[in-house]
Design a protein. Structure first.
Lengths: 222, 295
């Protein structure tokens, strides 16, 4: 925690958990989408999100985040209209996700290139988030630290190759936590790595070039 | 490096070096964030500008919240202060109240604000600072520095008690904001670090036990008006401390008590809209009006 966590963040109201946190959840999906065009977004709202999303603008906030806006962007207010103008077909579903935190959203997106993906996370107060699943696999993304997420095939040597690129390119980059999850042996896997400093964006491009890596994203400390 | 585990640590660090708490916090945070003090100062300056524009936005005549339940409070208060020669509390406090209402209203209408420490309590610190600036009683750079004092106290409160309504009730949101603002006001008026701690303690004590009971779960009723009561408590606590009326319970012990009280509050009084004003017949009716049968 630093002084700008207390005096700040600058945000669009009304609620740090139901608005600013919701934008941040959306932004995780935006990172995965990585600039590709969107055709459809389906957002499942669970718990308190399902009951009070309209008054807090949670629906607008999630969509704004998915489209790449920040928690301080005035466009949040008009996010539904902006999505329509961009030709994104969106829907909000209300369904309680069993065992999930009261402020949970499950984002399902489809891109123009025929890809799709999901992000499930909770807004846990003060604008802080906890992303628990990406594409159905367990992750641990809190946004408290800069975090690198690498999606890859479960093959021997991939972790070594990724960390080697990180180390040789940026010797100062220190990993403070590492979490690995996979669908099945040899199948899709996800690494979640929290790092102490902020790595440059082009590191992600270099990681994406590694064999068996399908995507790499950087989620900055929120 | 500071640990921000106690108010007494902040006070001692400033007193030992004969500087303000804001100086200690700015220097420490620059070191922690690996930036220069000037970079941090400039970042805080932007926050002050956002607070100013939030006041302007919230004092517009037609300002309405997203739900339609609230709106126009800042405008009406300003008009009253202008027409009635300041009203009961005088023009200075009257305008400060209008500013607090305006920022909280701006928040409710999906405008841009600075959480200080939260969105629900975002009107208190700007109401205090901007009204002093407008009167020419402080300089811009002093106001920015005072925000570091407020932030330093806020960090201690967040760690030692809570700044989340869902965890500690409204005492943790508007209570914390008032305590932070009170400490900042004391420093701005030339008080000692010990007096800053006294003001913090008095403000916390004044709002001990305040529950978080928002109607329909929205950050509007009673949140917008509680920004005004928080602002008034910030001013009165600062004045008491500056007058030499000491807090009889030290700030750190007040914060420990606030945490204990927050833990003892039932869930229905911690941002769940299950009790308090939210559960009154009118509160329920307004909830129905906004969400229909959804809830």
């Amino acid at each position: 925690m630093n002084v700008f966590d207390i005096i700040g963040p600058v945000m669009i109201g009304p609620s740090s958990s139901h608005t600013a946190g919701a934008v941040r959840l959306g932004r995780v999906a935006n990172k995965l989408i990585n600039g590709r065009g969107l055709t459809r977004v389906e957002i499942t709202l669970s718990g308190s999100f399902a009951r009070t999303y309209r008054g807090h603008g949670t629906d607008r906030a999630l969509l704004a985040g998915i489209m790449g806006y920040h928690s301080y962007s005035p466009e949040i207010r008009d996010a539904l209209e902006i999505a329509q103008a961009r030709g994104i077909d969106y829907a909000f579903l209300k369904r309680d996700i069993k065992g999930a935190h009261p402020n949970t959203a499950l984002i399902h997106y489809w891109t123009e290139d025929g890809d799709e993906g999901t992000v499930q996370g909770a807004s846990i107060g003060g604008g802080n988030i906890l992303v628990s699943r990406i594409n159905g696999m367990d992750v641990r993304l809190s946004g408290e630290n800069n975090t690198i997420i690498v999606m890859h095939r479960d093959k021997p040597g991939v972790i070594a190759a990724v960390t080697q690129v990180m180390h040789w390119q940026y010797a100062d980059l220190n990993i403070s936590s590492f979490y690995l999850s996979r669908e099945s042996r040899g199948g899709n896997s996800i690494m979640t790595m929290e790092v102490d400093s902020l790595p440059p964006e082009d590191l992600m491009a270099k990681i994406r070039e590694i064999d068996h890596v399908t995507n790499a994203i950087l989620v900055r400390r929120l | 490096m500071l640990r921000y585990e106690s108010v007494s640590e902040l006070v001692a660090a400033a007193r030992d070096r004969g500087v303000r708490i804001s100086d200690v916090v700015l220097e420490d945070q620059a070191a922690v964030m690996e930036k220069t003090p000037l970079e941090l100062f400039e970042k805080m300056e932007i926050d002050l500008q956002v607070m100013r524009s939030a006041i302007a936005d919230g004092e517009r005549e037609g300002q309405r919240s997203m739900s339609g339940l609230t709106g126009g409070e800042g405008f009406r208060m300003n008009r009253y202060v202008a027409e009635k020669d300041g009203g009961l509390c005088g023009p200075f406090l009257g305008r400060a109240m209008a500013h607090a209402l305006a920022v909280a209203g701006c928040n409710a209408s999906m405008g841009r604000i600075v959480a200080a420490p939260t969105a629900g309590s975002c009107g208190i610190l700007p109401g205090c600072l901007i009204s002093l600036l407008e009167e020419g009683r402080i300089q811009e750079r002093e106001a920015v520095m005072a925000m570091f004092t407020a932030g330093g106290f806020g960090m201690v409160i967040a760690g030692r008690a809570s700044i989340a309504g869902a965890q500690g009730g409204c005492q943790a949101e508007c209570g914390s904001a008032a305590a932070m603002a009170a400490a900042a006001l004391v420093e701005l008026m030339g008080g000692t670090p010990d007096q800053c701690a006294d003001a913090c303690a008095i403000a916390i004590a004044s709002q001990m036990g305040l529950v978080c009971d928002p109607v329909a779960g929205l950050v509007e009723i009673p949140c917008i008006k509680r920004n005004v009561s928080g602002l008034m408590i910030a001013f009165s606590s600062a004045d008491l401390a500056l007058a030499g009326v000491e807090a009889r319970i030290p700030a750190d012990e007040c914060l420990d008590a606030m945490r204990e009280v927050g833990d003892a509050l039932p869930a229905s009084l911690k941002e769940t809209a299950g009790g308090g004003l939210a559960a009154t017949p009118t509160g329920r009716r307004l909830q129905e009006q906004v969400f229909g049968g959804e809830k």
